[in-house]
Design a binder for this molecule. Structure first.
Ligand code: IVH
Length: 744
């Protein structure tokens, strides 16, 4: 960076503008997750500021964004007394108990009909931040509520916290914000990976990770920890006053202070309680974990009048319904191994049944052996479970001090538990490393066959109602069907007499169910091609790819020999060749003229072919949906034994698969028009297919996985890793209500 030529007054003015601009972009990026400039442009602004400050060190002030990165390590934290105590809240667990709270209020203020504010109760670490004359001046922990640690240098590194509040007129002498520091789950996992690599202790949850980070004496370490903050209340004030909590929140928001994204005003306790439930249901929209809601009286004059009840406020309560507690402790009785449709073996924990967030949980997937090792999970352990991302149940950690010494470590079996063949790890395409997953590679494995049949008949596939997990298992076990194709040979009698139970305790499928399944199978023959593609489970082909393939081809045979797919693969391969043949490339430097001449001719020929392919691919209309890796995988699959057999079976069936539904002309004014949307979890009022169809009608591109290109993630119940990823990437998240509203 060149040293700027300016005098001190010019430098002062330029510094002020740059700081203001950087603060604005910080807010856009960290608080709103809507950056309006590129990282590069941001870096340029930052470096400009740094350069001017270096040239004029006297102008450096603590509120400069360059001062966030962390100063010298401290020897210990200074203790600070809070100007007003940091209180805790009384807990209520039901509408009835909330009613008693209101009765108490009326005893002190008869006839008062309170409006309430309902907010999330953020499960982070309490902090207090003072602004003196509008400038960040002091940050402290809660401590014992009366006095805490001065962690100013650590809090300064949190980009969510403004270093200066942009008041329009004169700033108040003092404004104290109270709130919570937190970390998001994905950042904790990344942090732990680094700590583990260094042999340091890891953090069991985001709260510990936050507390541990804020306790660091070296602010430079804190600066690397990706902490966040959110504020929900005020402490000591001087030169500013508010009539209501609503006004406080609105003002903070306008000043660029992060406040809870979801908060509600409600008249009367029953309405407030309903809002609290709504908030809890929409928890997934929030980036932090919550441990309930806080219900506060909105009117500040009333709050002062109500005052304290011994040492808790009489104007606010924490509301936590017992069924909301997202963690439960249970015993891990056993670990069994399941075989999936593609042969992957996955360990599943069988736990003593526990009730957690509305459902009974007795089986929890442990994903793979690595995870079991990482968390040191043993059979017989007491484990803490949780619905990860408030969704799929997962084992969070083992309760170490409950270990008796009789727990048994688990090892993945050497053989497939279903067919007994040796389990293997596939080599990755580089031929060196292997997949994490162990697989059964036996194509005749009964478990794999049953899962393929189940997948074929599932909702996303051909939707054969009545044909689920158990029927699939029994069809395979009784030798009646070993592949989805064999379903079409079943007779009414075979199906109707199928025993789903045991010899001793038979449970017969029955004629009515059998007729239902056979009718659905007849319909399936004329199902749209995309449904067939999906039901057959081609590698790396999800719903969107299936639709794209189906609209560009008229049969599975056509896909198997697709010139369109071949062109996509060829183009990707050519790009390397073009580089190699470029006579001006560094690798070809200094080569003799005749050789360069030949290269040049080759280079021109290749470039022409690239143009030709690009043009053809654009016309084919597949290139935007199917990348070269997936295209190659599909073509390779159809050349494999399994793929050839599949084609043979499809031909024998004489399918009348209909064309994929024609795209509908979408209305360009829809909020989804031209957007890339992913749907995850279970929605109440839409099947997954219906949600996708609605989105397509609105001109959205429906994708299977979350990436930087995703515009919206629609979340239903039991959303999992996609939600976590979207939060990490700062992608807009819509719950079902918001989704339905945007669809109109
Ligand atoms: S208000 C006088 N609002 O919960 C009112 N507290 O047990 C003081 N907390 O120490 C707190 N989210 O650290 C309030 N939206 C919220 C909150 C919240 C989390 C924490 C806070 C407090 C504890 C109360």
């Amino acid at each position: 960076m060149t040293t700027p030529h300016m005098n001190e007054a010019e430098a002062r003015a330029r510094i002020a503008t740059l700081r203001e601009e950087i603060a604005r972009h910080n807010h856009q990026y960290y608080v709103l997750a809507q950056p309006t400039i590129s990282d590069r442009d941001y870096d340029t602004l930052y470096k400009n500021l740094q350069a001017i400050e270096q040239a004029f060190p006297a102008l450096i002030t603590p509120d400069s964004p360059t001062q966030r990165v962390g100063g010298e390590p401290l020897k210990e934290f200074r203790r600070v007394r809070h100007l007003a105590p940091m209180l805790s809240l009384e807990k209520r667990e039901s509408l009835h108990e909330l009613g008693l709270f209101e009765t108490d209020v009326r005893r002190k203020v008869p006839d008062f009909q309170p409006d309430y504010i309902v907010e999330p109760k953020i499960d982070g670490v309490s902090i207090s931040v003072h602004y003196v004359d509008g400038v960040f001046a002091l940050g402290a922990t809660r401590g014992d509520g009366e006095a805490g640690d001065d962690i100013t240098a650590n809090l300064r590194t949190i980009r969510d916290i403004p270093l200066r509040l942009p008041f329009e007129g004169a700033p108040p002498k003092r404004l104290e914000l109270r709130g919570e520091a937190y970390m998001i789950e994905a950042d904790r996992i990344a942090l732990n990976e680094g700590l583990r690599a260094q042999g340091d202790k890891t953090f069991a949850n985001t709260r510990n990770a936050t507390a541990g980070s804020l306790k660091q004496l070296d602010p430079r370490i804190v600066a690397q920890r990706r902490l966040h903050a959110v504020f929900y209340s005020l402490g000591a004030l001087d030169g500013i006053a508010f009539d209501s909590h609503t006004e406080e929140l609105e003002t903070l928001r306008q000043l660029g202070v992060p406040i809870p994204q979801l908060w509600f005003k409600a008249s009367g306790m029953p309405a407030a309680e309903a809002r609290a439930r709504e908030l809890k249901e929409r928890e997934a929209e929030l980036p932090y974990e919550i441990d309930g809601c806080v219900i506060k009286i909105d009117d500040n004059a009333m709050c002062s009048r109500l005052g304290l009840k011994t040492n808790v406020p009489a104007y606010a309560v924490a509301y936590k319904r017992p069924e909301w507690f997202s963690e439960a402790t249970t015993t891990l009785k056993d670990i069994v191994v399941q075989v999936g449709r593609t042969g992957v073996l996955s360990p599943v924990a069988e736990v003593e049944t526990v009730f957690l967030e509305g459902t009974n949980i007795s089986r929890i997937t442990l994903h793979n052996a690595e995870e079991i090792k990482r968390k040191d999970i043993r059979i017989g352990d007491t484990v803490v479970i949780k619905r990860a991302g408030r969704v799929i149940p997962a084992v969070v950690r083992v309760v170490d001090d409950r270990r008796t010494g009789r727990e048994r470590p688990f090892a993945m079996p050497e053989r497939c538990p279903s067919c007994g063949s040796l389990a293997m790890r596939r080599k990755l395409s580089d031929g060196e490393a292997s997949e994490v997953a162990l697989r059964c590679e036996n194509a005749a494995c009964p478990a794999q066959q049953a899962r393929q049949i189940e997948y074929f008949a599932a909702r996303g596939g051909l939707n054969i109602e009545g044909l689920g997990e158990i029927v699939a298992d029994k069809l395979v076990a009784r030798g009646l069907a070993r592949s989805p194709f064999a379903l079409f040979m079943l007779t009414l009698e075979q199906l109707a007499t199928l025993n789903l139970g045991t010899e001793d305790e038979p449970r017969i499928f029955g004629e009515k169910n059998a007729v239902r399944v056979l009718t659905a199978l007849i319909d399936a023959r004329s199902a749209p091609l995309n449904k067939w593609i999906q039901a057959l489970g081609l590698p790396s082909v999800g719903e969107s790819t299936a639709i794209a393939l189906a609209s560009a081809h008229d049969s599975l045979d056509a896909i198997a020999r697709s010139e369109k797919l071949k062109r996509i693969v060829e183009l990707a391969g050519l790009k390397e060749d073009v580089k190699r043949a470029n006579p001006r490339s560094r690798a070809n430097k200094g080569k003799p003229a005749p050789e360069l001449g030949a290269l040049d001719a080759e280079h021109k020929r290749l470039l022409a072919r690239v143009e030709e392919l690009k043009h053809a691919i654009a016309n084919d209309g597949l290139g935007s949906e199917v990348g070269p890796a997936v295209a190659a995988e599909i073509l390779t699959f159809f050349e494999s034994d399994r793929g050839r057999e599949l084609l043979h079976n499809v031909r024998a069936l004489e399918l009348h698969a209909t064309a994929a539904p024609a795209p509908v002309a979408a209305n360009a004014s829809s909020p989804f028009f031209g957007k890339t949307v992913v749907v995850t979890g279970t929605l109440q009022n839409f099947s997954r297919e219906a949600a996708h169809e609605a989105l397509r009608k609105h001109g959205a591109k429906v994708a299977d996985s979350v990436s930087k290109k995703t515009d919206y993630l629609v979340v239903g119940a039991e959303a999992g890793s996609k939600l976590a990823k979207a939060q990490q990437l700062g992608i807009a998240i819509l719950d079902e209500a918001a989704f339905a509203k945007l669809l109109g």
